[in-house]
Write a protein that binds this ligand. Structure first.
Ligand SMILES: Cc1cc2nc3c(=O)[nH]c(=O)nc-3n(C[C@H](O)[C@H](O)[C@H](O)COP(=O)(O)OP(=O)(O)OC[C@H]3O[C@@H](n4cnc5c(N)ncnc54)[C@H](O)[C@@H]3O)c2cc1C
Ligand SMILES: *[C@@H]1O[C@H](CO)[C@@H](O)[C@H](O)[C@H]1NC(C)=O
Ligand SMILES: *[C@@H]1O[C@H](CO)[C@@H](O)[C@H](O)[C@H]1NC(C)=O
Ligand SMILES: *[C@@H]1O[C@H](CO)[C@@H](O)[C@H](O)[C@H]1NC(C)=O
Ligand SMILES: *[C@@H]1O[C@H](CO)[C@@H](O)[C@H](O)[C@H]1NC(C)=O
Ligand SMILES: *[C@@H]1O[C@H](CO)[C@@H](O)[C@H](O)[C@H]1NC(C)=O
Length: 517
């Protein structure tokens, strides 16, 4: 008779043999594909990590593609295995997701940054655009287009993110009030669907796929190529911060600024609550021209609202820009002694977060858990939100910035997949918190997660109509509620473009080998 111990050993080794067989099967079948790039089966740890630093799922293989056909061939191969295979595929951009969205447990991760085809190219014929690979970083696009005196119009606060990664969400920053999010500034896409088809799409051609993929959380295809609209680039930026004590004044002036004809080129804002810690300099590469004046303002522990603005200009406009900025600022009623203006180059301005990232990296504070929470809150409820959350649920902002700024829905296309609130004006509220490893109390991951839950619970019970941006849910019901009336369309698109649910399993919306319903 088998002893319990030897039975266990036998049992475990059977599992090991099965897993091995299974792995060998995947390995050899993928190895048979005649691709130009290569598969990696050993060095795959990086693909099980992301910026959120909380989820870790190891893939069976990582594809380093060197052409679109590498991606198409791999997906087609998995598509042909049929519904019984559990193999999934995740495109990985720069891996700056928060909840494992670019991971694929036991699946294939495609390292999109290896895809250098097409070579980045700026076109200046009828209209100006840059043709880039879906794995291109925005910082590289900035440098390339500036060679032609051009620039993309709409950004994210941080540029070390890929085109495919931000277009799968929206791409929101201080320019979005004017140009819409990044997904409103795309001319054409090339997409590899969940069947391995390579499809070119735009507003005119295969438009359902085009709109579906924009903000589509990677569910309908892998963006292998994008044509991004450009405009003439400025060279310099006046970068401005002013403080408010009253939330209503702060937010109504933000709303005034985004609706004005002649206004700033970038409008954001953030909340400062009893700020002390280290991590608050996440975005503080900002250099006030007059640091003495900066230290003279005492907030006495009150909550402060910082309006952050930028006005672009050219060297040649040196003489008129100050007048222009003064004129624009004269409409506002911030605390006069808190006006800080600095002048930086356009590149320094757009790449501002990188300065802080490098600082935090050197202190080991960049690769920490990031329990971020991003919300879109309708304008009519933003005061209620602020009262309920700032200084109430959220008692301090020393573990990372809390951004808050309004956006205008008319710059968003309702045919895309991104979910936004139902009002003309809504706010992005971003709690960009870092957890300090091994700490207890207010810096700990558990505390911050519980705080996020309270904020979400407050939004729900107060019926604010808020939506998550960079959404994260774990159940079908929650996803369905998130999409609301768009859910039907979303499911239809999934059936059409990725019927086996092979793509982006880390979003946890659909599960392979379970039928779509
Ligand atoms: C420091 C920091 C600052 C940020 N600031 C902003 C901001 O200001 N505004 C904003 O809007 N967002 C911001 N984000 C969020 C960011 O836009 C998203 O997390 C984005 O997904 C990151 O891009 P990535 O290339 O790292 O994507 P990944 O994390 O690699 O992928 C994200 C998702 O997209 C899918 N995906 C990746 N590439 C492709 C592709 N080519 N085709 C199809 N699907 C693909 C992945 O499978 C995954 O599901 C910020 C994130 C960080 C870490
Ligand atoms: C550019 O303009 C010409 C003439 O107006 C037109 O025929 C052509 O299709 C346009 N090209 C693109 C890419 O729109
Ligand atoms: C939103 O933008 C549209 C189009 O630019 C504009 O007509 C409208 O007045 C804006 N709404 C607000 C409240 O600013
Ligand atoms: C602000 O932070 C300090 C130091 O962390 C703390 O002692 C103080 O109680 C806090 N004040 C408020 C109003 O929360
Ligand atoms: C989308 O927007 C268009 C025009 O802006 C509008 O006519 C249409 O009703 C909207 N569709 C939905 C589903 O909201
Ligand atoms: C968290 O911070 C608040 C305000 O600074 C403080 O009153 C409270 O004691 C802190 N809680 C913990 C668990 O450290």
């Amino acid at each position: 008779m088998l002893s319990t111990r030897s039975f266990m050993l036998l049992f475990l080794s059977c599992i090991a043999v099965r897993m091995n067989l299974c792995f060998t099967g995947i390995h050899s079948s993928l190895k048979m594909l005649s691709i130009n790039g290569h598969f990696e089966f050993d060095k795959v740890q990086f693909a099980a990590r992301d910026f959120g630093n909380r989820y870790q799922y190891y893939p069976a293989a990582v594809l380093h593609p060197s052409s679109v056909s590498d991606i198409a061939m791999t997906i087609e191969h998995i598509w042909k295995m049929g519904p019984r295979s559990e193999l999934t595929v995740a495109a990985r951009g720069h891996g700056h997701s928060l909840h494992g969205q670019a991971q694929a447990h036991q699946g294939v991760v495609i390292n999109m940054e290896s895809l250098q085809d097409p070579q980045m190219q700026v076109h200046t014929r009828n209209f100006t655009y840059v043709d880039v690979s879906g794995g291109e970083l925005w910082i590289n696009i900035l440098h390339e287009s500036l060679k032609y005196g051009l620039t993309p119009k709409s950004w994210t606060d941080y540029l070390h993110l890929t085109v495919g990664g931000t277009l799968s969400n929206a791409g929101i920053s201080g320019q979005a009030f004017r140009h819409g999010p990044q997904i409103s500034n795309v001319h054409q896409l090339e997409v590899v669907t969940g069947k391995g088809d390579v499809v070119s799409c735009s507003k005119e051609q295969n438009s359902d796929l085009f709109y579906g993929v924009l903000g589509g959380l990677g569910q309908f295809g892998i963006i292998t190529r994008a044509k991004i609209l450009l405009e003439p680039a400025p060279t310099m930026v006046k970068w401005i911060r002013v403080l408010y004590l009253d939330f209503t004044t702060f937010s109504s002036e933000q709303e005034l600024l985004i609706s004005a004809e002649n206004t700033f080129d970038y409008i954001e804002g953030f909340v400062i609550i009893n700020r002390t810690g280290l991590l608050n300099n996440w975005r503080s590469s900002f250099n006030p021209q007059d640091p003495v004046q900066a230290s003279q303002f005492k907030s006495d522990g009150k909550i402060l609202y910082c309006l952050e603005l930028a006005k672009y200009f050219h060297h040649t406009e040196d003489n008129i820009i100050d007048q222009e900025v003064t004129r624009l600022l004269s409409q506002l009623s911030y605390i006069p002694s808190t006006l800080f203006i600095s002048e930086v180059t356009y590149v320094e301005f757009l790449d501002r977060v990188q300065v802080s990232a490098v600082k935090l990296q050197s202190k080991g504070l960049w690769e920490v858990p990031h329990p971020w929470l991003n919300l879109l809150v309708p304008k009519s409820k933003i005061k209620k939100f602020a009262e309920g959350v700032f200084g109430n649920i959220l008692k301090e902002t020393s573990n990372g910035p809390v951004l808050i700024y309004p956006l205008n829905k008319s710059k968003w296309d309702n045919r895309t997949s991104v979910v936004i609130p139902e009002e003309e004006i809504f706010y992005l509220v971003a709690f960009l918190t870092s957890a300090v490893p091994f700490s207890r109390g207010n810096n700990s991951l558990e505390y911050i997660l519980a705080q996020n839950m309270r904020i979400l619970e407050f939004c729900r019970t107060a019926n604010l109509g808020a939506k998550q941006y960079l959404p994260h849910y774990t159940t079908r019901n929650e996803w369905q509620a998130h999409f609301g009336p768009m859910w039907e369309t979303y499911v239809q698109r999934k059936k059409a473009y990725d019927p086996l649910a092979i793509l982006a399993p880390g979003q946890r919306i659909f599960q392979k080998a379970k039928s779509l319903s």
